[in-house]
Design a protein around this ligand. Structure first.
Ligand code: G3H
Length: 249
């Protein structure tokens, strides 16, 4: 059985003042009935992790380098993320794939590095609007799944986030039928590759314009185990409403 997870990706947003949102979250959800994760920018990871302390909300990074250390100016390694208190690393977000030219091979190596350091890798994938319109969604998702997820993945060290690129930050979401189709497909592919026990234990998140107003409908989908939330994770009230929807799903 996959864990339910509400994950927030703050992207390139947040300074010291934003940590007040964490205080509000901790006060409202001292013992959430689902997994809760926040991935702030790297500059805030250690501060946020310390603020949360031994609370039940996890922190993570938005990327990690594939190497453990070395001459990689501007990058951070999985070990550094762990050292800063993070437990997860998002890898292969479409903004990284587009802005930094990350291929499935690179994402796979980053996921391996994260898992090797004891982090949970949140591997992101999803089609562009052109690919959807061309009827290529399942082929694309299938090849991203096969190429980006390393061997040895389990429900303990891997989360998969399906994020249609055209739904990110746009206010548009796929129809429930489209979400069902892709999530059922991902579940079947994971079961095929890793076996039923592991394949069914890997959390499958939907991401792309998730808000308090649409969360409950999305979480009612059988193979949706939670969400990767961008904009609506920045404010405790909005993210809290999404956590509520997931707890009640
Ligand atoms: O990582 C989060 C996703 O890119 C979704 O972002 P969004 O909720 O702002 O659409």
């Amino acid at each position: 059985m996959a864990q339910k997870l509400a994950a927030g990706n703050w992207k390139m947003n947040g300074t010291e003042a934003s940590l007040a949102e964490i205080d509000a979250m901790l006060a409202a959800y001292p013992d959430p009935g689902c997994g809760v994760l926040i991935c702030p920018p790297a500059t805030l990871l250690e501060r946020m992790s310390r603020r949360i302390g031994r609370g039940k909300i996890a922190t993570g990074a938005q990327d990690c380098h594939m190497n453990a250390n070395g001459a990689h100016t501007g990058d951070i390694s999985a070990e550094m993320i762990k050292d800063a208190g993070g437990a997860y690393a998002i890898v292969g977000h479409s903004e990284r794939r587009t802005d930094h030219g990350e291929t499935n091979e690179i994402v796979n190596a980053k996921a391996q590095a994260a898992i090797g350091a004891g982090l949970v890798a949140v591997v992101c994938l999803g089609e562009t609007l052109e690919q959807r319109d061309a009827g290529e969604t399942l082929d694309l998702v299938g090849s991203q799944l096969a190429g980006s997820i390393p061997d040895g993945a389990t429900g303990e060290n891997l989360v998969v986030a399906y994020e249609p690129v055209w739904a990110i930050g746009t206010g548009r979401i796929p129809t429930m039928e489209q979400i069902i189709e892709v999530h059922d497909f991902m579940r079947a592919r994971l079961v095929e590759r890793f076996g039923a026990e592991i394949g069914k234990s890997i959390s499958l998140l939907y991401g792309g314009s998730v808000k308090p107003s649409n969360a409950a409908e999305i979480f009612a989908v059988e193979n949706v185990d939670g969400a990767l939330v961008g904009g609506a994770s920045l404010k405790a009230a909005d993210f809290g409403a999404i956590i509520d929807a997931l707890q009640n799903a």
